[in-house]
Design a binder for this molecule. Structure first.
Ligand code: MTE
Ligand code: MO
Length: 392
């Protein structure tokens, strides 16, 4: 401890046994993470990334947000780790070791946008229940693994298959081994897409502990809650998966608009499971509050994404949405990856400005300028992002 702290601990002989000095708490436990991430909670870990740190085209590991519903598994023996495929609708259930997975199936790498369904929740009034995320619960890293569809082709999927459900090795916050913190899934059609991976690496590195070491599911474009971490089992279900966090209003929104704050019975008639995420964008440069000299152009940049859709155009406004100018928009690295955009803006005078940014998807759907449909879980806030700029 003295070595880690870089100084002697005064009264070290008086420390109660097992006592962890405060300085080792919280951020010190976030080894390998950027020091400016925002910790929303540490048991379980929920950590978000300030938007200006998401400037890279491929999100570096140290800047990836963390969303845990339970506790990171404590002792992992990779040599004994297996992935089991079972369920009502599997033809031949079987297990694979990590080595078998890596040897048997072709490796694929995709850059995938993973956004927490509750990203932007803090924007809703009245307050929606759950972590009060700002806008930084999103990343777009490069994942390497095998296609789930290749594994499913080998075990065989029955005609009546409807859904897949994942199981991870993380512990329920109560530490009750009989309880699962989260076990979600997707319809079989989404599971069989080329980009749905069983991954062991991110950005060319083994998965970090926080992000699901040694194996996870990665499914781009949908709420990141379907991308199961510490993955050891996938069930092929003959009905909509009924694991933890598939019930109540978890990752669900009302089927019709509701009055903000309205209480709604949690039935299938009232709620639908969130599937593709809505069109969204962010300004990653400059950071809000930028100051520039009068007459100088300001280079802006960021990313835009649209769930299963592609982003078709990107615009910015410096006059509160009265007029918009087009941005340069790049093609995605692959399907389900965010798209980088940039623009140079010239301000007509000195003074206080706001820059607003909005993306439009290939179905013609645009981001709202104000907070969209309130919902009890505070999901899908894709309101356009704004930054403040002072000129002169
Ligand atoms: N096993 C397991 N998988 C999980 C979770 C979890 O708590 N346990 N959280 C989910 C949620 S809600 C999100 S938003 C993403 C976050 O992925 P990240 O922490 O790698 O950014 O993981 C998903 N997969
Ligand atoms: Mo999430």
């Amino acid at each position: 401890m003295t070595a880690a702290l870089g100084t002697e601990i005064a009264f070290a002989d008086k420390l109660p046994k097992g006592y962890v000095p405060l300085v080792f708490d919280e951020k010190d436990a976030l080894k390998g993470k950027h020091k400016d991430l925002t910790v929303l909670s540490d048991r379980p870990w929920n950590v978000e990334t300030p938007i200006h740190l998401l400037d890279d085209k491929v999100t570096p590991i140290d800047k990836m947000f963390i969303r845990n519903n339970g506790l990171v598994p404590e002792s992992i023996d990779v040599s004994k780790w297996t992935l089991t495929i079972d369920g009502e609708s599997v033809k031949k259930a079987r297990s694979y070791t990590l080595d078998e997975l890596k040897k048997k199936f072709k490796h694929h790498t995709y850059q995938l946008t993973l956004e927490c369904g509750g990203n932007g929740r803090s924007g809703f009034t009245p307050t929606a229940s759950g972590n009060q995320w700002g806008d930084g619960a999103v990343h777009c890293a490069q994942w390497t693994g095998v296609r789930l569809k290749d594994i499913l082709a080998e075990v065989g999927v029955k005609e009546d298959a409807v859904y897949i459900g994942y199981y991870g090795k993380d512990l329920h916050p109560s530490r009750d081994p009989g309880k699962s913190p989260i076990s979600r899934g997707v319809p079989i059609k989404k599971a069989l897409e080329d980009e749905t991976l069983i991954a062991w690496a991110v950005n060319g590195q083994p998965l970090p502990e926080f992000h699901g070491y040694p194996l996870r599911l990665v499914i781009g474009g949908w709420p990141a809650s379907v991308s199961g971490k510490w993955l050891h089992r996938i069930s092929i279900r003959n009905k909509v998966h009924d694991g933890a966090k598939m019930e109540g209003h978890s990752y669900k929104v009302p089927r019709f608009p509701v009055q903000p704050g309205e209480k709604l019975a949690e039935t299938d008639e009232n709620f639908r499971i969130i599937e593709s995420m809505p069109v969204k964008s962010m300004i990653t440069f400059p950071k809000s509050g930028a100051m520039i000299p009068e007459g100088q152009k300001l280079p802006l940049r960021g990313h835009a994404w649209a769930g299963d859709q592609q982003v078709k155009s990107m615009q910015v406004s410096i006059d509160y949405g009265a007029t918009w100018q087009p941005c340069k928009l790049e093609a995605p690295a692959n399907r389900l990856a965010w798209q980088h955009w940039s623009a140079d803006v010239q301000f007509p005078s000195k003074g206080y400005y706001e820059v607003w940014a909005r993306a439009t998807d290939d179905k013609g759907v645009t981001q709202p300028m104000v907070i969209p449909a309130w919902n009890p879980g505070g999901y899908l806030n894709n309101a356009c992002q704004r930054i403040a700029v002072k000129v002169g």
